[in-house]
Design a protein around this ligand. Structure first.
Ligand code: TXA
Ligand code: MG
Length: 300
């Protein structure tokens, strides 16, 4: 088991065929066994090793987006261990677009199971230091790959019959997926037994109480005496009684904001604040995934 960089977030990776490695991933993450892992392949032509048949729309998406931040849920081959898929008859697969991850995968003759390299429910890591801080000496190695370019997890697409369903908003926008394969149902599940447990209501959460509001200055004015840190899209605030502020994209670019979101949350979370107050982002393109993660960060 070793932590690896990907273009989305760092992952805790192990040989999918090694029970020992996969069990170690679950135990280090304190992840429940009902929550399956994503299988990472070195290239799209490795897909036949883990799945039997691929719907046409999945083929289209794979051709367009791999290597890249798209995870496909497909019917699995019997060879894929139940431990990896939590006993489901499907497997989640993607080809990551990061030179270090790809170089490693090409050297191995097995795919890597890799969930995000954070304890269950915590903010995902977008830098090697986040991973090292989380696991300290319980993890012997983090492959250095710099800051993750995308900064938000892969978009997950599965199929119900022939119908494509988007199970997790991620680094590829709903709009971009629809452009390839037409309209897609977005199943934004928040209940306790979700289709994709990345959709659990409380996920990606800082330890500090976090709220998302439309009007940050108003919220601050109404809460004097609280140590507040703010997370903003584009425009810095002048308010005096803020302890820290993170502005994610001065140019107002949602992709840049996404790439900086988790690192900003990690920094704010380390300051011993009473509260993190995040601004609601424009709800289009990558803004949807950002708002989704912020909403989940507010749940305790
Ligand atoms: O960007 C990413 O996808 C990162 C990097 C490391 O690749 N990985 C990641 O893994 O986010 P993880 O384990 O944090 O999230 C994987 C999500 C979970 O919500 C899991 O429930 C869902 O994928 N998943 C995995 N296999 C599934 C399956 N067979 N059916 C439905 N959902 C599945
Ligand atoms: Mg995760």
């Amino acid at each position: 088991m070793v932590a690896i960089p990907t273009e989305t977030v760092y992952g805790l990776a192990g040989n999918i065929y090694s029970e020992k490695a996969v069990k170690k991933i679950f135990s280090l993450k304190q992840r429940p066994f009902f929550n399956p892992l994503i299988v990472h392949l070195s290239s799209p032509d490795q897909l036949h090793k883990v799945v039997d048949s691929v719907p046409d729309k999945a083929k289209k998406l794979a051709e367009r987006f791999w290597p890249g931040p798209l995870t496909l849920i497909l019917k699995k081959k019997p060879e894929v261990p139940d431990l990896v898929t939590s006993g489901k008859d499907t497997v989640a697969v993607r080809v990551p677009n990061h030179p270090v991850a790809l170089e490693l995968l090409r050297k191995l003759d097995f795919p890597l199971a890799a969930p995000s390299a954070n304890p269950f429910g915590s903010i995902s890591p977008t830098q090697s230091s986040h991973v090292a801080n989380y696991f300290q000496d319980k993890l012997s190695m983090v492959l250095e790959g710099g800051a993750c370019e995308k900064g938000i997890e892969s978009t997950i697409v599965g199929f119900e019959g022939d119908e494509p369903v988007l199970y997790r908003l991620g680094s590829i926008t709903v709009e971009a997926i629809s452009k390839e394969i037409g309209p897609i149902v977005v199943r934004n599940k928040k209940d306790a037994a979700p289709e994709a447990p990345g959709m659990l209501a409380r996920h990606y959460a800082p330890n500090t109480t976090t709220v998302v509001v439309e009007d940050v200055p108003q919220f601050i004015a109404e809460h004097p005496g609280l140590k507040i840190g703010v997370l903003l899209f584009q425009n810095p605030l002048e308010a005096r009684n803020i302890r820290a502020q993170e502005v994610l994209s001065r140019q107002g670019r949602l992709d840049e904001a996404a790439s900086r979101l988790y690192a900003a949350l990690h920094r704010l979370d380390e300051l011993g604040l009473d509260m993190i107050v995040a601004e609601k982002f424009p709800n289009t393109g990558m803004g949807k995934a950002i708002n989704d993660r912020l909403q989940r960060a507010t749940k305790k």
